[in-house]
Design a binder for this molecule. Structure first.
Ligand code: GDP
Ligand code: MG
Ligand code: ZN
Length: 285
């Protein structure tokens, strides 16, 4: 009988991956649709001198992140529980970027939260208002400075027993934050495999004490919106969705209909203008 073990894909190259099982890290040939974070069943090849395995099954995923590629979905990572959206005064993070990732997370079965990075830099009222929009919808916001290692303890505490992906504009501090938390430099994108060939992209899962897992997936950095239908999009804007249940008509477009509760809530300041504007922009684009 062949020896089969369960493991998790902790590194993914273009055609092979590293699976961590209780008997060690096994080099496996990648099979179709497998991604970093996947839990897999691996058959250990015992007569091999190298530590090798064959992936025979991908176990059910709690979440999967993908990106539209033409008509197909390209998968990037599985079993992520939380997306940490880095928001910074410099470079300025747009509310579109934040709402886009909140939407993406919700529709992928992942919980989004905000990391207000670079708190050592002076921020203006506009910036503080932008953040309060998300506190008002009960989103977790953690303030820190990755560069000066300020308040990273709160973030680390929050990340216990979670598997997180950090997202943010280029320059927001993803690499700085990851390496401070991981305590080492991230693996670079250029990597030579045993044939000496350079693979262009590697996705990694870093396991830290207190069951913190951090996923680094270069392909996920810029996602395209909007890939959701007009009807389902509203469920990604939780507070707008709630409010819309009290619109007079079921088919209310939430723009100019008589008895629209969403518009009423925007006017009364219950729903933020920027969230409403992004909702309409994403839906009607
Ligand atoms: N002032 C300040 N600069 C930061 C902070 N975090 C990162 N940076 C700087 O921002 C720049 C971009 O950081 P990097 O980690 O490469 O961003 P990435 O593109 O998101 O990976 C670097 O010069 C960092 O030193 C912070 O908390 N405060
Ligand atoms: Mg970086
Ligand atoms: Zn309405």
């Amino acid at each position: 009988m062949k020896k089969v073990q369960t493991g998790q894909v902790i590194e993914f190259y273009s055609n092979s991956c590293l699976v961590k099982t209780k008997s060690g890290k096994l080099n496996c040939l990648a099979i179709k649709n497998i991604v970093v974070g996947d839990y897999v069943e691996v058959e250990i090849i015992q007569d091999s001198k190298k530590h090798l395995g064959n992936i025979i099954k991908i176990n059910n995923r709690s979440s999967v992140l993908s990106k539209k590629n033409g008509n197909k979905d390209k998968l990037f990572a599985a079993n992520i529980t939380h997306v940490g959206i880095l928001v910074t005064p410099e470079p300025k993070t747009s509310s579109e970027f934040i709402d886009k990732w909140i939407l993406k997370s919700i529709f992928s079965g992942i919980e989004p939260f905000i990391i207000n990075n670079k708190i050592d830099i002076n921020s203006d009222d506009e910036y503080m208002n932008k953040l309060s929009v998300y506190r008002d919808i009960d989103m977790k916001v953690i303030n820190c400075s990755a560069k000066f290692e300020d308040n990273l303890e709160e973030l680390q505490k929050f990340l216990e027993n979670k598997c997180v992906l950090f997202v943010g504009n280029s320059g927001a501090g993803k690499s700085t934050l990851s390496s401070k938390i991981i305590g080492q430099k991230l693996k670079t994108n250029e990597l030579s495999n045993n044939q000496g060939v350079h693979t262009t992209s590697v996705s990694s899962l870093y396991e830290l004490p207190n069951n913190i897992k951090i996923i680094d997936s270069p392909g996920m950095r810029d996602i395209e919106l909007i890939e959701y239908s007009k009807d389902e999009l509203i469920s990604g804007f939780v507070e707008i969705h709630e409010s819309s249940k009290r619109c007079k008509y079921n088919d209310c477009n939430h723009i100019n209909n008589d008895g629209c509760n969403v518009i009423k809530d925007v006017i009364n300041g219950v729903i933020s203008k920027s969230r409403y504007n992004n909702f309409i922009k994403f839906r009607d684009n």
